[in-house]
Ligand binder design. Structure first.
Ligand SMILES: [Zn+2]
Length: 329
């Protein structure tokens, strides 16, 4: 509402209730009840439990990808619009959150994926992981392990700071060899477009910590309580992680699905940033079917914050059931 109209309505309302007394300046100001707009979106971290483990989702900030069909050029635009519209989401722009997951296993502090880092190609509303980590009461020096789903910009560019030094000076780094070789290797460093940009950024963040990297393998334990599960396609070495404490389990799915409507309702869809979209769809179907069947909760990196919930098999795809706030897994 226009500020002046607002002011007039406020005065008129005050007259209605208080009559002549409302002409006193003090009462007039009270009736207007003006407070500054904060412009701050909160909260940006969320804590819950996975069995005895304490988990915290830390926002790195939302990625505005623009026109939805840009991400899915092979898919009929009408269908994207219908899907978004029927789920009460904007049809002109697609926004993905970035849910980094911190797990305190009691022995170690393990951080799954680490956002876009200092380069902030998506604007000042991103690259917020470190400030949100501190806000959640954890210092970067305390992190023992950086576990990475894949070597894309929004998952591993938070490793190195503006000064060229590691943001997490005491952390070991875990990712697949296939992704390290593909993105940080020589072959794509001179490539044009986004592939070259991603490759140079991956090298900038991974090369300085090369001696701390352990390559993860499908089905093998990464750290106690965390097992790697190969889920290739989005990238050659894309990996999701099963977290287990006692009888409680949850899957950190990385970019197995980027959007809770489009990629769950249309699991065969091809995403523009997939290295191999057909293989990506196969991985997505296989793992989501398993999660649905076993009623296993998941933490999705790009779903609406905090991205915790269940999938259920519905029609040709899956429905998304976010966990109510305060739910321990
Ligand atoms: Zn991503």
């Amino acid at each position: 509402m226009d500020h002046h109209i607002d002011q007039r309505l406020g005065r008129r309302a005050a007259f209605g209730v208080l009559g002549a007394a409302a002409t006193l300046p003090l009462i007039s100001r009270t009736a207007e009840a003006a407070a500054p707009i904060t412009g701050i979106r909160q909260p940006d971290w969320y804590r819950f439990k996975i069995g005895a483990f304490e988990a915290t989702v830390l926002q790195d900030g939302p990625l505005a990808l623009g026109e939805p069909s840009v991400g899915f050029p092979q898919h009929p635009k009408d269908d994207l619009t219908t899907l978004l519209r029927s789920n009460f989401l904007p049809t002109n722009t697609l926004t993905l959150d970035q849910n980094c997951l911190l797990v305190n296993t009691g022995r170690q502090l393990v951080l799954f994926d680490n956002g876009v880092g200092v380069t902030r190609p998506f604007g000042l509303g991103t690259g917020l992981l470190l400030s949100n980590l501190r806000a959640a009461g954890v210092q970067p020096e305390q992190i023992d392990a950086l576990v990475i789903s894949h070597a894309h910009i929004d998952h591993c560019w938070g490793i190195i700071g503006a000064d060229g030094k590691p943001n997490f000076p005491n952390a070991q780094v875990f990712l697949s060899k296939a992704d390290f070789d593909y993105w940080a290797g020589d072959e794509r460093q001179g490539a044009q477009g986004w592939i070259g940009e991603f490759a140079r950024g991956a090298r900038r963040n991974l090369a300085p910590v090369r001696d701390r990297i352990t390559f993860v393998e499908d089905g093998k334990e990464v750290v106690p309580g965390v097992v790697a599960v190969a889920a290739p396609g989005h990238t050659v070495g894309h990996t999701v992680y099963a977290i287990q404490s006692g009888n409680s389990r949850a899957m950190f799915i990385g970019d197995l699905a980027h959007h809770s409507v489009i990629m769950l309702r249309r699991p065969q869809i091809e995403f523009a940033f997939d290295t191999d979209p057909k293989v990506s769809a196969q991985s997505r179907l296989r793992i989501l079917r398993q999660l649905a069947q076993e009623r296993m909760p998941l933490i999705a990196y790009h779903f609406a914050f905090p991205g915790i919930g269940h999938v259920a098999a519905e029609g040709e795809g899956f429905g998304w059931y976010p966990a109510p706030w305060g739910t321990d897994l």
